[in-house]
Design a protein around this ligand. Sequence first.
Ligand code: HEC
Ligand code: HEC
Ligand code: HEC
Ligand code: HEC
Length: 161
Amino acid sequence: MNRSLLLLLALLPGVAAPADYVGAETCKACHPLAYEAWRHGPHARAIDSLPEARRKDARCTTCHAPDLEKGQDGVSCETCHGAGLVYAQAYVMRDPELARAVGLAEPGEKTCAACHTESTPSLGPFEYAKKLPLIEHGGDRAGRKNAEQAPRTDAPSRVPR
Ligand code: HEC
Ligand code: HEC
Ligand code: HEC
Ligand code: HEC
């Protein structure tokens, strides 16, 4: 990894710790199709399923809105991908190694298992291979699918390098 760049990041005034959240709207600027897929999926509105009285109840928010105190509703981009303040900048994002070094997580089966447990209300056990396509928002497949639904059909799923 590029250590001098990392050091520079750490020394820059105003650059806060990687634990800082920027919010889905910030990701949307560069990942508009991922954002649309997420917004219309189950996670963005996960807090809405809770009865009013439970929306601040940690027994429910741990899964339905785990980053509520950081200003994130529902299960946000950063719940799965990690807090984005440092990595969500174009020059960092284009360098996968650097992005991971400053907080970009690699969500996978284990990420889901933290919330999709045996005790969660579900008709059957959580099967990653079957559930992942239901929240597809990354690849071209999602891009094309969303392009049919989203008003901005010309929007790229990613900003060009
Ligand atoms: C300023 C533009 C910009 C913003 C804001 C941004 N990204 Fe990115 N992101 C990029 C670029 C550029 C890439 C690299 C895509 C490529 O060229 O393959 C990328 C790649 C990614 C990848 C794939 C990384 C990899 O190496 O596998 C993920 C995941 C991602 N972004 C998530 C997010 C999340 C979550 C947010 C909000 C917290 C966010 N991005 C905000 C520009 C941005
Ligand atoms: C361990 C994580 C976890 C906790 C804690 C949790 N939930 Fe959930 N909840 C889930 C998951 C995951 C689903 C979706 C299950 C599925 O459909 O496969 C869900 C689904 C639901 C649904 C159904 C939503 C729908 O539209 O069908 C309701 C209602 C709900 N939870 C309420 C609650 C309440 C109230 C609490 C607190 C008392 C709570 N949950 C605590 C993970 C959790
Ligand atoms: C429930 C967890 C979860 C949430 C919420 C989530 N993602 Fe993802 N994201 C993933 C997983 C898992 C993958 C990898 C999918 C795969 O392996 O095909 C991924 C992939 C991506 C990729 C593509 C990486 C690539 O290599 O193609 C981008 C970009 C991305 N997410 C951005 C976002 C943005 C922006 C948001 C919010 C608007 C978001 N994600 C919300 C779990 C999540
Ligand atoms: C922080 C907790 C959390 C994580 C992590 C999480 N989910 Fe969820 N997920 C939920 C909750 C809560 C719901 C229920 C949303 C609702 O309807 O209120 C849900 C609903 C879903 C649903 C719709 C119900 C169903 O089972 O068909 C799918 C699909 C899903 N999640 C897939 C995934 C996948 C794939 C991952 C991992 C990449 C993942 N989730 C990670 C909390 C989480």
